[in-house]
Design a protein around this ligand. Sequence first.
Ligand code: DQA
Length: 140
Amino acid sequence: MKKILVIHGPNLNLLGLRPKEHYGTMTLAEINRQMQIHAAPSWELEFFQSNSEGEIVTKIQQSLSADAIIINPAAYTHTSVAIRDALEIFPKTKIEVHLSNVDQREDFRRINYIRDVCDVCFSGKLAESYLDAIEYLKKN
Ligand code: DQA
């Protein structure tokens, strides 16, 4: 069975309380459950959420044998060279995901340290962005 690591960055643990116009109404547990349903039976998902940049870097380093990473780095998308450098080391498919369309919001969200080390990005479709990532892995 193929293993996918799903990383959720800071504040995504509070989905449901965050601005609904950007992030929708689903909780992180509900999103994870939808992903699990889409991935079954051939893909095993491991979910990891952290509000800490260093913990995310360490998790990527510890998961180099996974078959793919789906990552929503949240605010670290726009600030973290460390997460970028860790992702660069990961040898297989890397998918960037966002609930909102980060390219059409504030200027500071257009700064993106992650995009060019990932294979593909799905954004702006709320929880569907994550499901698109699973579909991409099924086809590629
Ligand atoms: C986000 C977009 C980021 O700019 C923001 O900091 C987040 C969530 C998204 O999923 O739309 O926390 O990554």
